[in-house]
Design a protein around this ligand. Structure first.
Ligand SMILES: Nc1ncnc2c1ncn2[C@@H]1O[C@H](COP(=O)(O)OP(=O)(O)OP(=O)(O)O)[C@@H](O)[C@H]1O
Ligand SMILES: [Mg+2]
Length: 483
């Protein structure tokens, strides 16, 4: 049976809340001070924590992080009294599950605690099943992504706005959809608006709709995305691109929970959960006066950072397999694997375009593949060139001491370590060693080595001759990269 810990110094609240929950079958413990609460948790309490923010020995706001740290799987519901809305928002940022105003306790206590209790089971389900797929359609098993899923679990059930941050192609839209699909609004619509794709002057009409004649060209009534998303989720993608005038209007709508169609008089309720996404540094945008600070605080209550793909290389093998199967199915081809050399290249690249870039590379490879296994020659030339460039850069940095870590394990500085006492290597020396490294990696296969280096086979032959002849190669190098 689900357990609940009620932490409040007020005996009447403890009694009322406790009784109410017990009647519904919860097993209730209580604590009247922060110290007692921590003790119960230390003894292995596993369940929902209902926490009053005003405690005699410690501010609940300080207690919350300690509780979250000791029992991260226990959702915490904050009790607030009149006038502590700011504290409630703070606590959500600190990872509280939701908050309850004591004034509306009788109606909201049960549903909120039930939802919180459900996430405990959810989390276990997800934690166990996470080996392959965390949220629907999201392939991930790296610790970095598990942390994202774990954090998200706390936001799924509540209606607080979620902001998703991350570089382009990291899966922001995919995870927004997953949040919708796993939350209480899953049966409602999921509507996404890309604020960057719609011209400034049309975005307002797109969001809020318009009545016939609202402006030139408004030939009939049109419902906006806020209306279309009613009862569901509205994703405001690329929110950082929204112009300040519209930001002001959006803030008003979010504050009042109401809006009107352009040119209309009827007041409509904004019954949507907002998920926003951006690849921009919003803090810098706020600093520069391009993004409203008040809107930022309203939307960023619960922020999720999607790590770049290069920061979660543990996901690469799974993702490669996933996209391979996906493309093979789409193309109706029997492509089932990747040969070792191609795999090594795929796994050693940093993917500035993140998951989307990987997906495109694999899709291309599957289309090109002649047999059941993707070979290096099936990979797009642009990809091979990018890998080669990255290796060159890494090796150059390793020699000059610039750039902390090479993006490519195979191209580690070790391969280029300076011999004791030889001082600074010349460019020729670096090139000669780099060519040797490529030849070694390609096991003496010159065609392969040329591809690794991003140069033509003819050029490699010439360079090998030159190396033998001890001729400087510097002049030809840059030209070759572009062929
Ligand atoms: N973890 C993942 N598992 C499977 N597919 C993924 C994953 N992450 C991203 N993708 C796929 O990668 C592509 C890019 O994802 P998505 O469009 O969600 O990224 P984004 O962050 O919104 O990018 P942008 O900033 O460019 O809009 C999509 O095709 C998506 O299905
Ligand atoms: Mg996107």
């Amino acid at each position: 049976m689900p357990r609940v810990l009620v932490v409040d110094d007020d005996a009447t609240t403890r009694l009322l809340v406790g009784r109410r929950l017990q009647r519904e079958g919860f097993e209730v413990s209580s604590a009247s001070t922060a110290r007692e609460a921590l003790e119960v948790v230390r003894e292995g309490f596993h369940g929902v924590i209902v926490l009053d923010l005003m405690l005699p020995d410690r501010d609940g706001r300080q207690l919350l992080p300690s509780l979250r740290a000791r029992a991260p799987e226990c959702p915490v519901v904050i009790l607030t009294s009149h006038g502590t809305a700011d504290a409630a928002l703070d606590s959500l940022r600190e990872g509280a599950f939701d908050f309850l105003d004591k004034a509306t306790l009788s109606e909201r206590l049960l549903p909120t605690v039930r939802r919180a209790a459900e996430t405990i089971h959810n989390e276990h389900g997800i934690a166990e099943g996470l080996g392959e797929v965390g949220f629907e359609g999201m392939v991930a098993r790296s610790p970095e992504m598990r942390a994202v899923f774990r954090a998200l679990n706390n936001a799924l059930e509540s209606r607080v706005p979620v902001m998703i941050r991350g570089e382009s192609g990291t899966g922001k839209e995919l995870i927004a959809k997953a949040i919708h699909d796993h939350g209480p609004r899953r049966d409602g619509p999921f509507v996404a608006v890309n604020c960057a794709a719609i011209p400034e002057n049309l975005l307002e009409a797109e969001l809020f709709g318009y009545e016939r004649g609202a402006f030139t060209g408004a030939v009939g009534r049109k419902r906006g995305r806020f209306e279309l998303a009613r009862g569901g989720t509205l994703m405001l993608d690329e929110i950082g691109e929204m112009d300040p005038r519209l930001q002001a209007k959006l803030l008003r709508v979010l504050q009042n929970g109401e809006f009107q169609r352009l040119g209309g008089t009827e007041t409509l309720t904004a019954d949507v959960r907002i998920i926003s996404a951006t690849h921009r540094d919003l803090e810098a945008e706020v600093e520069a006066g391009r993004f409203r600070e008040d809107l930022y605080y309203r939307m960023a209550v619960f922020t999720v950072h999607l790590p770049a793909l290069r920061e979660r290389s543990g996901d690469l093998p799974l993702l490669i397999q996933h996209f391979l199967a996906e493309a093979a199915r789409r193309e109706g081809k029997k492509v089932e694997g990747v040969d070792p050399l191609a795999l090594e290249l795929l796994q050693s690249y940093s993917y500035p375009g993140n998951v989307r870039e990987l997906q495109n590379v694999i899709a291309y490879a599957v289309v090109s593949a002649r047999g059941p296994v993707v070979a290096m020659s099936d990979l797009p030339a642009s990809f091979l060139r990018a890998v080669a460039m990255e290796r060159r850069r890494a090796e150059r940095d390793a020699v000059t001491g610039a750039g902390a870590t090479p993006a490519v394990p195979g191209a580690s500085p070790a391969a280029f370590r300076l011999e004791e006492g030889t001082g600074f290597p010349t460019l020729d020396e670096v090139e000669r060693r780099h060519i040797q490294a490529a030849m070694t990696r390609a096991e003496g296969n010159k065609a392969l080595a040329a591809r690794l280096l991003g140069i033509s086979r003819m050029t490699l032959y010439r360079k090998l001759d030159e190396v033998r002849a001890g001729v400087s190669l510097k002049e030809t190098l840059d030209d070759d990269l572009s062929d």
